[in-house]
Design a protein around this ligand. Structure first.
Ligand SMILES: NC(=O)C1=CN([C@@H]2O[C@H](COP(=O)(O)OP(=O)(O)OC[C@H]3O[C@@H](n4cnc5c(N)ncnc54)[C@H](OP(=O)(O)O)[C@@H]3O)[C@@H](O)[C@H]2O)[C@@H](O)CC1
Ligand SMILES: [K+]
Length: 488
């Protein structure tokens, strides 16, 4: 499990740990890890040109101490001080002792142009707002330069707690973060600025509380969630998932949701709606009914909404059922908020950013720029678990408070028509198999992302290919959890 903690929590843990350690220990641990990562990226340290961008806080201190270590190994290290009078005194002294030099911001752009490595120590978890004006030309120069850019703790200019990016920010090739991930490192748009993230252990772990702000499941945790049929399982014990989707106009959504559901571990898939012929032609194993959800027969969880058009009646009927319900696509628009809140069985809503924006009455850009806030807000308003789809899919528990899951397996190739229908079927099937709403959403997104990667392998794919790759993803998750041999 990868976890991320917010700034307040990190600060409290840091204070508790520092009280037991000699002064400066944590910064030395951070700087040692940072210098090691920089050296690996450089390959050859001796003779390399390193530029440190140094702000007024401890983030700059980390950069200066790491720079001193690189200078001792023969790198030419220059620190560009953004607030010359306020740079970390101990770090500055260490750099000078190691033979490093200091420059004014005015010289920064020229130095960056010729550098092999730029270390971004402008601002870390103490940052407020976006990058300040004096740092913007340096961020641009770093982006232009062929130098590798390493961000200290997080890329300067991104919000550590939310992943929001207001204005300019440093774009890193690698982020070296200390003690724990910060939420912003796992959520777009900030995540994109961070590049790959390396976590340096500084001993903070024992001081962190049990409930992180954010968590990302990995193979082992997903494998533990996946249903496994026992010898005595019949199809009803494995769960029947009902799919109320598709319309005369959009039969494809029904077919794709069923395609996902058949691979999600439920014992049977029941389809209800006007696209029964299309569904049965493609998947003869489906139980098809055109008598509406109420009279369709036994179902352990429902999926409602993909391609539903304007069929508000079916959505209302499904919401009245006393089993878990996944609401997607048109269903989100048609669902009555009061009816969702009044439900006693679990509800999982699965909007993409545009649908979430419509529900919240804001623009799509606002949702995409502040995904964590949006998913919590929706989960609070509807009293339902919410899976917000996108480049970093988030799953918030009903009510919106508590740990949010972030899916690590997504791929841009999944942004293809019908891919969401497959996910809703897949996650609905996991609901029917007995997973909680948050577990079904996050395990579904994990398998779906992995399936997208397997199907795509660097080339465009259709939603059907994604559905067909789900069994491979499932096997990979189980194999990876068992040890060597998988990709986990
Ligand atoms: N936590 C831990 O366990 C450990 C933490 N460690 C390290 O400490 C870092 C946190 O250090 P920190 O608290 O000194 O804050 P930091 O991020 O350097 O910035 C604050 C300074 O920046 C300024 N400033 C504010 N906003 C700004 C902006 N937008 N653009 C530009 N400047 C801005 C603000 O000054 P102001 O001008 O507002 O007075 C203030 O002086 C952390 O990220 C990690 O690297 C490790 O050493 C070891 C263990
Ligand atoms: K930084």
């Amino acid at each position: 499990m990868r976890t991320a903690y917010g700034v307040e929590t990190v600060r409290a843990a840091e204070r508790a740990l520092m009280a037991r350690l000699p002064e400066g220990t944590l910064m030395q641990r951070a700087a040692a890890g940072l210098a090691t990562a920089c050296a690996q990226l450089l390959g050859r340290v001796y003779g390399s040109r390193v530029v440190l961008l140094v702000g007024s806080g401890d983030n700059g201190g980390d950069a200066l101490h790491a720079g001193a270590r690189l200078a001792r190994r023969g790198a030419g290290v220059t620190a560009v001080l953004l607030s010359p009078g306020r740079a970390h005194p101990g770090g500055l002294a260490a750099l000078r002792r190691a033979g490093g030099t200091v420059a004014d911001p005015g010289a920064g752009e020229r130095l960056i142009e010729r550098a092999d490595l730029v270390v971004d120590g402008i601002v870390g978890i103490g940052g407020k707002g976006g990058l300040r004006a004096e740092a913007v030309p340096l961020a641009r120069a770093a982006a232009r330069s062929r130098a590798a850019v390493v961000a200290v703790d997080l890329p300067s200019g991104v919000d550590a707690d939310t992943g929001e990016v207001r204005g300019a920010a440093l774009r890193a090739d690698l982020t070296v973060t200390f003690g724990t991930h910060k939420p912003g490192l796992l959520i777009d748009p900030a995540r994109e600025y961070a590049g790959p993230v390396r976590l340096v252990d500084i001993g903070l772990g024992a001081e962190l509380p049990a409930d992180p702000e954010l968590e990302a499941l990995q193979h082992a945790e997903v494998a533990a969630l996946l249903p496994e049929p026992a010898a005595e399982s019949d199809k009803y014990r494995r769960g029947v998932v009902g799919i109320a989707a598709g319309s005369a106009r959009y039969p494809g959504a029904a077919v794709l949701a069923v395609a996902g559901a058949l691979r999600g571990g439920a014992g049977a898939v029941r389809y209800v709606g006007p696209a029964g012929d299309a569904v049965i032609a493609r998947f003869p194993e489906t139980l098809v009914s055109d008598r509406g959800p109420k009279r369709a027969g036994r179902v352990q969880a429902w999926v409602v909404g993909p391609g539903a058009g304007d069929d508000a009646g079916t959505v209302a009927e499904v919401l009245a059922a006393e089993v878990p319900v996944l609401v997607d696509a048109d269903g989100l628009r048609l669902a009555d908020a009061g009816a969702v809140r009044a439900r006693t069985a679990p509800t999982l809503m699965t909007p993409h950013a545009g649908e979430a924006a419509a529900l919240l009455g804001v623009s799509r850009e606002e949702v995409e720029g502040a995904r964590l806030a949006a998913v919590r807000e929706l989960a609070g308003r509807y009293g339902a678990a919410v899976l917000l789809k996108g480049s970093s899919t988030l799953v918030a528990p009903a009510g919106g408070a508590g740990t949010v899951r972030v899916n690590p397996t997504g791929t841009p190739w999944l942004a293809t028509a019908g891919s969401g229908d497959v996910l809703s079927g897949l996650a609905g099937s996991l609901l029917a198999a007995g997973l909680s709403a948050v577990d079904a959403g996050s395990a579904g997104a994990y398998l779906h992302g992995l399936a997208g990667r397997f199907a795509a392998q660097g080339a465009p794919v259709g939603a059907r290919d994604v559905a067909e790759a789900v069994p491979r993803a499932w096997r990979d998750v189980r194999a990876g959890a068992l040890g060597p041999g998988g990709t986990g």
